[in-house]
Design a protein around this ligand. Sequence first.
Ligand code: UDP
Length: 347
Amino acid sequence: MKKIATIIGARPQFIKAAPLSFEFANSDLVEEMCIHTGQHFDENMSGVFFRELGLPKPAYQLDIHGGPHGQMTGRMTEAIEAILMGDRPDAVLVYGDTNSTLAGGLAAVKLHIPVIHVEAGLRSFNRNMPEEINRVLVDHISSVLLCPTSAAVENLRNEGISAGVHQVGDLMYDATLKLTPIAVKHSRILEELSLQPKSYGVATLHRAENTDSPEALRKAIDFLAHLSGDIPLVLPLHPRTRQALARAGISVAADRLKLIDPVGYFDMHVLLSNANIVATDSGGVQKEAYFHKVPCVTLRSETEWVETIDNGWNRLWSQDEYRPRREIREYGTGDTAKRILEILRSA
Ligand code: UDP
């Protein structure tokens, strides 16, 4: 058995971890130990996902959130290092591009523990994004780089990284395929919000580039308010965005733009699968719109998920038109967790 320490901390990481943790738990290969950094910590950003996705209770629950990036990352690195020095896992597995990802990667590589990066190779080529810095750095200290798409493999090749690179598909697709039927059984969100299927849109907004300055936030809210003139929108509001709206003194006037608290995975997937349109600056939600075959508008000037644009399911808010629609095969068939397990077997 290989002992793998998995670092999670933010909402999208709980979702990516769910299919892989399940695969590990049912294998004779991996003994997994989860470290939850606490980056997202409350019921509707963390607790609900553990319950709905059936995630194992973390072996270590840290309580590190808030503060500037350097401080948060530094505190996490210190705490994770202490755990790794005691437990000495065979590898450390990190997901995506958050401060928890960078902290886990740094702590591990300095202790000469191999780093496995899930969602390696994604690039926005926008170094103003904190996520872009995290991704680039973690890819350069990883031994096993698990890429969701061919574009991600290509990006790594362009940075001189080819050893340990594997294209495996998308874990969020595994989760969507497995959990949407269960979500449909459990969620009452359409009734609660008095929504009819295919008569509304779903929006999310939380990237720093859209929330850090009052001007950017105003522009994004105006865009959504305008869109809500065509179709009513539901906007489950990330805590960062709620704080930013309050700080900037922006009140949302459009009555067809409905702000609600963040929802759990089941409610989100019922909302997405019945929507006519998705407007988002989230990475995960752009793909999930495609998984449910709902067109997406991305509230950013670039995206890492270029195949959603190339195949006509997504457009940037600066673009007026969608390209011709084609199926995207790169995300796999819901078998990404299994593929990762096989790669780790031979790694
Ligand atoms: N999500 C959710 N409830 C919400 C908003 C998002 O369950 O109120 C899910 C969404 O379906 C996706 C994930 O959270 O699976 C995306 O996370 P987020 O947008 O926070 O991060 P990103 O993908 O941009 O890194």
